[in-house]
Design a protein around this ligand. Sequence first.
Ligand SMILES: Nc1nc2c(ncn2[C@@H]2O[C@H](COP(=O)(O)OP(=O)(O)OP(=O)(O)O)[C@@H](O)[C@H]2O)c(=O)[nH]1
Ligand SMILES: [Mg+2]
Ligand SMILES: [Zn+2]
Length: 373
Amino acid sequence: MDDGRDDAPVPAPPEPDDVADLWDLDDPLAAAGYDEAIAARLAPALADRPERRPARVARIEYGGCHLVTADGRRPGVARLPRASTYDDDRAETPLAVGDWVAVERDSSDDRLLAVDVAPRERRVGRRDPSRELLEQVLAANVAAVLVVHPLDRPLRPGRIERSLVVAHEGGAQPIVVATKIDLDLPGAWQAVRDAVPPDVPAVAVSKRDGRGLDEVLALLPRGETTALIGESGAGKSSIINALLGQNVLQTGSVRARDAKGRHTTTARELVPLDGTGTCLLDTPGTRELGMVRDTGGLAAAFSDIEELAAGCRFADCRHDREAGCAVIAAVEAGALPDQRRRSFLELRAEIEELDGKREDRERRLGEGRRPRR
Ligand SMILES: Nc1nc2c(ncn2[C@@H]2O[C@H](COP(=O)(O)OP(=O)(O)OP(=O)(O)O)[C@@H](O)[C@H]2O)c(=O)[nH]1
Ligand SMILES: [Mg+2]
Ligand SMILES: [Zn+2]
C-alpha cells in the first residue's frame, strides 16, 4: 500500500486517450474473442430471448460496468440473480471483468443491463481479502497470465511461486515478465530466472528500449485473453501500452525511496490488442495473493517436487523431515533449492488451513440444519 509518504513530487500523468476508443472496431465482439464456443456457452442465456445480446465485461466500477457489445464499449449495469456469499460451494464472484454476459437494454435509461453470465472457462482468482473462504475472481476467461515483476524491487521469496499456483489453479498458462531490464540492476534478472521453473517462460522487458516485447507478444495465446498481475509499480499498464503502441492506460511513477508503486490503476480493464480476439486484461497492483483452494494448481506449479515425490519412501511423505524423503535428498544433493521446497510447504500449509476452516464451517452448518425434535 502507498503510505502517502512521497519522496518526490508526483508528475502529472500523460493524458490518456479514451480506452473506449480502442473498441471502435468493425467487429468489437470478435475483437473481444467472441467465437462459436462462447456463443454455445451463452446460448442458454440467449435462447428465445430476442431482446438479449451477447457482451463481454470490459470494466467494473462502483455503480456500474462497461460492456463490449457488437456496437463497441458501452456503459451498463448488472442485474444478476444474487449469488449466495455464505454457502461456499456456490459462492462466487457474481460478475468479473472478462465475463461473457447476456445484455438487455434498460427501458428506464440508455444503459445496458447485464442479466445473465455464461459459465467461466478459466480464471484468475485469489483469496478474497475480506472473506477468506471465498475466491475473488480477478479476471474471467483468461488463457494466460503475465506474472509481472519489476527488477527495481526486491524479489520476495515465494511471490513468483504463489503467482504460478494462482495461474495454474485457474487453468491459465503462466508467463513471467521481468520489467525495467534497462535499469541494469546486477543480478536482479538472474534471481527471477532462478525462481522460475524451467517449464515456465520468463522474459525480461523494457518499455524504454523495447527489449523483450516481441517475445512477450509471441507468447500471448492468439484469439484469447491474457491477464497481467503483479504489485503496484511493476509496469503492468506500461507493458500493455507498449504492446498497443499507444499510451491509452495511465501509468504512474514509483516512489524514489523504494520504487513502490502508487496504485495508479484502480480498476480491472479489458483491452483488445488487435481486431482478432487477442486481448489483454490490466489489473490494479495486488500485494496479497492468498491461496483459496487447491484442485491441482499446486502440483502443476511444483511439477519438479511432484516428480521427486515419487521417490519418497512413504507415499504420504510431507517432504518436511521424514526419513527417506527424495525431495529433502534432492535439496541436500544441491539439485533443488531449499527455498523452493519451503515455498511449497508454505503454500500447502496455507491451503490446508483454509480447507480445515471450510470443513469446520460445513460441520457447523450441517449441525444447524438437523431437524429439531
Ligand atoms: N525504466 C523503466 N521503467 C518502467 C518500465 N516499465 C514501467 N516503468 C515505470 O514504472 C512505473 C510504474 O509503471 P506502471 O505501468 O504504472 O505500473 P503498474 O504495474 O501498472 O502499477 P499499478 O497500476 O499501480 O498497479 C512508471 O513510472 C513506469 O514508467 C521499464 O521497462 N523500464
Ligand atoms: Mg497499472
Ligand atoms: Zn518426501
